[in-house]
Design a protein around this ligand. Structure first.
Ligand code: AMP
Ligand code: MG
Length: 414
């Protein structure tokens, strides 16, 4: 029996490969750019216009023909005839001819004929109508050409890109006020266990407050999903099955935490296996914490059976559920968020080869650089996660890591 179970165990990389093969991006929806921060583009964005759309001054000063300033210096200024001013937001109708200058401000449209701007600092008024220029400018100096920022038809953003503040600004700049983004996966969260009570209740001896519904819900939100808390269910086949079916009607992913201990383990797997169109993809992963993890596909929905321990649940979410959410969002590479920081391990850590170990670490600044210190704790407790800044991974084949090793710390999101 145990032997049979062992053979089913997959490595974390095999699990990710399976998820990559089965998971397809969800459908898209159109939203206003004001709501689009952190959302994932469902289409490429092509600039529909030139930006800025007209030649524009980037300095306060005088629009001139660069040629007229060649050789100018404080000892031998160029004298130019001031023929007018272009105010901000105004269409430039004046034409600059040889020996002439027009006053402009940062952002003004450039008058035709002029090909550069002399900064105000390099000029003096000689009289009301004449300026002295004491430095030469080259054509193109202090102006931005009409399509220099973006030109019409240019790809501005790629499908699969996560929208950042600057991207949203650029969309506004080219007049795109709504975008197609991938729908956020709805993530139903079920906590199971006869001993689990709601956090607003007073536990009796033997009972514990539900941690996982809340930590998972927050993780789902951070990962770009929409959490739906389904509540606490008893370790009972029929109740669990009913709640699970309800969850899958309303969500793209259902996560059940708990039921990993021998005795109740079978309830979770039995319920998942009994769902219509269920296909068990993974049952057991060579990872610590998180070995009993179950992953199934049920039609076009996904079910995760995660161990109930609050640390295991968070680690397995970060590694596998977060990964699936990124696939469903259609996020382009890298699928792993670049949330790693290098640090030097300040203690030896032992590990059994044949499994990937995740260890909670705190980061400490020192004159030797950033140190990663394993958070000590009797067993995997939520306070370990609270004290930790991130996780380090001990790869599958290692028997541990030695003090002084450089490690990549996977940083928890704020
Ligand atoms: P299980 O996977 O059900 O065997 O649970 C493993 C450990 O995690 C047990 O000590 C449970 O009491 C605990 N646990 C399970 N679910 C939760 C939860 N929702 N919140 C806090 N602890 C939990
Ligand atoms: Mg339990």
């Amino acid at each position: 029996m145990e032997q049979d179970y062992f053979f089913k165990v997959k490595t974390p990389n095999q699990v990710r490969d399976i998820l990559k093969t089965v998971a397809k991006p969800l459908s898209s929806e159109t939203i206003n750019i004001s709501d689009a921060l952190g959302r994932v583009l469902a289409d490429d964005i092509i600039s529909p216009v030139d930006l800025p759309g007209f030649d524009r001054a980037t300095m306060d000063g005088f629009a001139v023909r660069a040629k007229d300033t060649f050789g100018a210096s404080s000892g031998s200024p160029a004298y130019l005839n001031l023929i007018g001013e272009i105010k901000m937001g105004e269409k430039a109708t004046i034409k600059v001819s040889q020996g002439e200058a027009v006053k402009v401000s940062t952002g003004s449209m450039m008058p035709s004929g002029a090909d550069a701007v002399v900064m105000i600092e390099w000029t003096e008024f000689f009289d009301d109508q004449t300026i002295e220029v004491i430095r030469s400018v080259a054509p193109g100096d202090n102006i931005v050409k009409k399509d220099e920022d973006l030109h019409i038809g240019e790809k501005l953003l790629d499908k699969g890109h996560i929208l950042r503040p600057q991207d949203i600004g650029a969309l506004a700049g080219v007049g795109i006020t709504s975008v197609n983004v991938t729908r956020s996966p709805r993530v139903a969260i079920i906590s199971s266990g006869d001993e689990i009570i709601s956090p607003d209740q007073i536990p009796e001896i033997g009972q514990i407050r539900d941690i996982n519904s809340y930590s998972l819900s927050a993780l789902a939100k951070q990962a770009g999903g929409q959490p739906i808390i389904m509540g606490i269910v008893k370790d009972d086949y029929n109740i669990l099955k009913a709640v699970m079916e309800n969850a899958l009607e309303n969500a793209d992913i259902a996560i059940i935490s708990g039921g990993s201990s021998i005795g109740t383990r079978d309830v979770t797997i039995d319920v998942i296996s009994s769902l219509k169109d269920a296909e068990i993809l993974v049952h057991g992963i060579s990872i610590k914490p998180g070995k009993p993890t179950i992953i199934a596909k049920v039609g076009d929905k996904y079910v995760f059976g995660l161990p109930g321990n609050p640390v295991s649940v968070m680690v397995t979410f970060e590694i596998f559920v977060g990964f699936l959410i990124r696939l469903l969002l259609g996020i382009k590479q890298p699928l792993y968020e670049p949330r790693y920081i290098k640090a030097i391990l300040n203690r030896n850590i032992a590990s059994a080869p044949g499994r990937e170990d995740y260890i909670c670490v705190r980061l400490i600044e020192s004159d030797k650089g950033l140190l990663a210190e394993p958070v000590l704790g009797k067993s995997a407790t939520i306070s370990m996660m609270v004290k930790a800044d991130g996780l380090i991974k001990i790869p599958l084949e290692y028997e541990g890591l030695e003090v002084g090793t450089e490690v990549d710390v996977y940083i928890f999101n704020d």
